[in-house]
Design a protein around this ligand. Structure first.
Ligand code: ADP
Length: 228
């Protein structure tokens, strides 16, 4: 199977699809958003600086995020099948990622663009509640994405929380940041011929089917399925 690199507007569903891949296959998931939120939760000085940027819908610096991702890629993800969720988010990050993957000899990658309208992404962000322990996300607006017990994580039994940047106002800014900084990467990967586009405004089963078809190297998936 291929390593997955997600490119998507905010709240398109990268995290939910990543959870599905981790549960069913041998993927290791690296979410830069979760990584940064952990730093914020630690209360460190760096965490405070990151919090100020996230809360206003801006990106943290390329320099910082590249340093964090580089260390994870070269240590924890090396030799594993991985998902990059939230990186790259700018052209310099995409160029640096190419450099890192080449130097590590990692060539079996697919970049998946999640196609969603602004209206739908807004609903996904504003209705989102997340588990502070395992980061699983739910959505109060969709029955299939609601927890079994209102406000409680199905897996951890912990009270679900709202992310501070999931308000309508901050979401507008995050979306603008996406248009300005992240959407140019779509063309970058299109030109390299490794971009797959998936319409995520369908049921989770339909989306999963499309995801499987783009991550699969024939026959290998059957062997690597966790349930087998
Ligand atoms: P979502 O996909 O819902 O927008 P994420 O959890 O991926 O949210 O990211 C949350 C926030 O963390 C972003 O809005 C941004 O401020 C910061 N962030 C995450 N990844 C990066 C990155 N690669 N470069 C810069 N900032 C990032």
């Amino acid at each position: 199977m291929k390593n997955v690199i997600f490119i998507a507007p905010p709240a398109a569903g990268k995290g939910t699809i990543s959870d599905y891949l981790v549960k069913n296959f041998d993927y290791v998931h690296l979410s830069t958003g979760d990584m940064l939120r952990n730093e914020v939760a630690s209360g460190s000085l760096l965490g405070k600086e990151i919090d100020a940027l996230i809360s206003k819908g801006a990106l943290v610096s390329d320099e910082l995020i590249i340093k964090l991702v580089e260390s994870k890629l070269k240590n924890e993800l090396f030799g594993k099948l991985f998902i990059l969720d939230g990186f790259p988010r700018t052209l310099p990050q995409a160029e640096k990622l190419d450099e890192m993957l080449i130097s590590m000899g990692v060539t079996n990658n697919v970049v998946i663009y999640l196609d969603v309208t602004l209206e739908e992404a807004t609903k996904r962000a504003v209705g989102r509640i997340v588990c502070p322990k395992c980061s699983r996300s739910y959505n109060v607006y969709y029955k299939e994405a609601s927890p079994l017990v209102e406000g409680i994580c199905d897996d951890c039994g912990v009270a679900l929380e709202k992310r501070s940047d999931d308000t309508e106002e901050t979401f507008k800014k995050r979306y603008q940041t996406y248009l300005d900084s992240t959407s140019p990467i779509i063309n970058y990967y299109k030109q390299k011929g490794i971009l797959e586009s998936i319409n995520v405004m369908r049921t989770q089963n339909e989306v999963a089917k499309d995801i499987l078809s783009v991550i699969n190297d024939e026959n290998v998936s059957v062997k690597r399925r966790k349930s087998d």
